[in-house]
Design a protein around this ligand. Structure first.
Ligand SMILES: Cc1cc2nc3c(=O)[nH]c(=O)nc-3n(C[C@H](O)[C@H](O)[C@H](O)COP(=O)(O)OP(=O)(O)OC[C@H]3O[C@@H](n4cnc5c(N)ncnc54)[C@H](O)[C@@H]3O)c2cc1C
Length: 365
């Protein structure tokens, strides 16, 4: 479908997490009439539970990112500067202080070597630390100087307000329960009513199974639970984000040290397990001894929307008029601005998403 000739298409978005809101932001800028349906409270979802890291360099160097994923991450990083300008750098706690990955044993040093090798291949900027950054207890480290972070708890409500100010409608506590083709559009049924839109974007995170009769790609979504904690510290005491193999630490503008995260595939509950939290805390304190003794402010769990192959599902859905922005797994904050643009390009110009992100990869032959 191509809406070039339609000046103000009516577009519905199922899911008001960061992905749905990012799509709304990009579509509103292109003149669409946007309605977001959110089953709970918009701007929360996995965003609220997340670490808020914008780890484009680290994520691509640590995993074996394909060129298409690396390009998406690069776009996400670049567009975050614009988003921060749009929403206010301090209002969302955005900063580019770099991510430092430390190591102290031979396995850790090998991990750093592997990252350096992949960073070279993908042309990702990084530096081998010549001396340990202040406060880190390690033998060696790599820094990804262009990586950043934000305060996700500030971002959620700010993004909701931004979308509303730009003319988007956001309906909370209004789950989409069914979708069906209707003339040239798609009928959206919610718990309360039904209406017809020119297009619908599914951005339901790990939680959209109720709609998988109409969109089979939802069957490829796999939840990955993550537990985290925060400690209350002095504001401004950590200038970068620490990302070790067994824990990460990001300090937010109010002084909280956010420490993450467990990775529990297949789990979608948000129960917190004291032993998992204690282990994360202990791991973080070994890297940053200054954290010892700080009061615990909170512990929580969230659910990452993973997929069978770990890659996002982006672009056209099974039926004309349905578009997919799903499976952002552990990088949905980083990638959100790029996903919004990609989906808007697909809807407005018919530009296909990169092949490896298309839903068709899960279809039986
Ligand atoms: C512990 C943890 C740490 C993380 N840390 C980072 C990080 O540091 N950096 C990073 O980039 N990413 C991180 N992530 C990943 C990131 O948070 C997610 O990828 C991202 O938030 C996913 O956003 P989403 O909007 O796609 O899904 P969700 O946040 O799950 O949002 C989907 C929304 O859709 C709603 N919904 C579901 N079904 C329906 C329906 N039928 N109708 C209407 N609404 C519906 C849900 O209520 C929800 O609000 C982390 C995630 C976790 C859990």
């Amino acid at each position: 479908m191509n809406f070039k000739s339609k000046p103000c298409p009516r577009i519905a978005i199922a899911g008001g997490g960061i992905t749905g809101l990012a799509c709304a932001k990009a579509l509103l800028r292109r003149g669409a009439d946007v309605t977001v349906f959110e089953s709970g409270i918009a701007g929360r979802g996995a965003l609220r539970a997340s670490g808020g890291m914008l780890a484009g360099g680290f994520e691509c160097a640590e995993g074996s990112a394909s060129p298409a994923f690396a390009e998406l991450a690069r776009q996400g990083m670049a567009l975050w500067a614009d988003w921060a300008a749009d929403m206010g750098v301090t209002r969302i706690g955005y900063r580019v202080g770099g991510i430092v990955s430390p190591a102290r044993d031979s396995a850790g040093l090998e991990w750093l070597d592997g990252m350096a090798e992949r960073a070279d291949k993908l042309d990702i900027p990084y530096k081998r630390a010549s001396r340990m950054p202040d406060g880190i207890c390690a033998r060696s480290a790599i820094e990804f100087p262009e990586d950043g972070e934000l305060d996700n708890r500030l971002l959620g409500p700010r993004l909701v307000a931004f979308v509303r100010e730009a003319g988007g409608q956001i309906h909370e506590h209004k789950a989409v329960t069914h979708l069906s083709p209707e003339g040239y559009g798609i009928q959206v049924e919610t718990v309360a009513d039904r209406s017809v839109f020119d297009a619908v974007i599914l951005a339901a995170g790990a939680d959209g199974q109720a709609l998988n009769d109409i969109e089979p790609a939802l069957k490829a979504i796999r939840p990955v639970k993550g537990q985290m904690l925060s400690l209350q510290g002095e504001k401004g005491s950590l200038a970068f984000c620490l990302r070790a193999r067994n824990a990460y630490v990001s300090q937010k503008p109010d002084g909280r040290f956010v420490i993450g995260a467990s990775s529990e595939p297949g789990k979608s509950d948000t129960d917190v397990d004291e032993a998992a939290i204690a282990m994360l805390r202990n791991n973080a304190e070994e890297w940053l001894p200054a954290l010892e003794g700080l009061p615990l402010s909170e512990s929580w769990a969230g659910v990452r929307p993973g997929t069978l192959d770990g890659l996002p599902i982006l672009g056209s859905g099974a039926l004309p008029g349905i578009f997919l922005a799903l499976g952002l797994y552990r990088n949905g904050v980083l990638l959100a601005p790029a996903i919004g643009e990609l989906i808007a390009d697909t809807i407005f110009s018919g530009k296909p998403s990169p092949q490896e992100f298309r839903a068709a990869r899960f279809s039986p032959r």
